[in-house]
Ligand binder design. Sequence first.
Ligand SMILES: O=C(O)CCC(=O)C(=O)O
Length: 275
Amino acid sequence: MIHPLDCLQRRSLAGPIADGVPRQTGYRFYEAGRFASAEAALAECRAAYEAVEPWAEEQVGQHTYIRFFCRDGRAEPIAGTEELEECDFTSAPSVMRLALDPEVLALASAYLGEVPVLANVQLYASLPNDTGVGPQLYHWDKGDDAQMKFLFLVGDCGDDGGPFTFLPADSSAKVKRSLGAKSWGRMSDEEVFSVVERSSQVRFTGKFGDCLAIDSSACLHFGSRSPSRPRLLLELQYMARQMILEPAFAFSRVRHTVDREVLTPEQRLAGALIL
Ligand SMILES: O=C(O)CCC(=O)C(=O)O
């Protein structure tokens, strides 16, 4: 049970913002440089990858994903992009600074109508693969009927880079209306394009540092299909404090060096569960 005063405070600190994410489409691109704290954070992410690059390349063919900043800060092969029980960002303080960046929080708050909670932070590499399963099929993210993810490219990503690919929220809603319960699990392209035109599909390609803010509960999406080389993505995930669909949604335990004493009220509310 969430205290009503917590809800009121979260709502009172959220307001509209000029270049916010429109509800109708559920996404917006932000060019590299939009968020002041991103440069240092993405440099830390890149360094974490480069520190293990030869080992990461050896994993091609054996594993599809590698996640960084796992328990004790290690990089580990993982099966999908599911939540992790424990992660450790003590060696990457700038990543946590970006996750609590006032501009990022303001955008997420404006979209969700309240200061949300930081639900997950993850850096992962998608390795060259032809598996075509799991998050490589069209799906919605679970947990709530709205959420906001900020995806940052930690390296250039072209059409051959296995880009994160999605349908805007209004097109996705058509698929939901037409396919009903069949749209709950993973869907083939054929099923999706039996409802909407293939041309409504949007790809997140771009340069190192570019960002996509997306409601991944409202926008059908997939990614990591056959990247020609490892694709590195930093994902920040924000959700309303009271989740409608899965109130027991699990949050990762995060080791970090954030000093709670110097946080603004918005940052404290956002970090309430993870920090
Ligand atoms: O690998 C990808 O780009 C897809 C990731 C995904 O499905 C997600 O972040 O929810």
